[in-house]
Design a protein around this ligand. Sequence first.
Ligand SMILES: [Fe+2]
Ligand SMILES: [Fe+2]
Length: 169
Amino acid sequence: MSTDAIVLLKEDHKEIRRLFKAFQEAEEGPASKRGKIVEQILEALTVHTYLENEVMYPEVRKLVPDVEDDILESYEEHHVADVLCFELFTMDADDERFNAKTTVLIENVLHHVEEEEQEWFPKVREALGRNQLQEIGQRMLDLRPKAPKTPKTPTAPKALKKSLDAVVA
Ligand SMILES: [Fe+2]
Ligand SMILES: [Fe+2]
């Protein structure tokens, strides 16, 4: 099995897209089913965002200064998704805003994933060697069991603060 960081993250993206599709197919169905799918979406996004925030983004930011702006934009996109995830986490599936909020989350995340895959992951692949990408991927695999599985209050994007502090220091 490959431990290449970009391969691993794209596998997550694939699973996330699959869950989005499952939601869209269940959108008109019973609230309990939609709620279950959204639970899975929230878990997949929480784990994935954590691994990117804790490992991939800071590492890439350090090693590939060219994609700094992409990373900063990505932190903000994660933050918006975090807010929506947390709100959905605290909302009942039969709330009249549940489907609308999930749809906005899906639109935002698809846009974000598209930018990662089309715009800056290729630059990272070009700039970093195979070994470096495998090391980063291994660190994400090691951290994965410790990743939170449910959304936390999104007031303090820890990784963002950490990386900003690093710039100021
Ligand atoms: Fe991301
Ligand atoms: Fe991602």
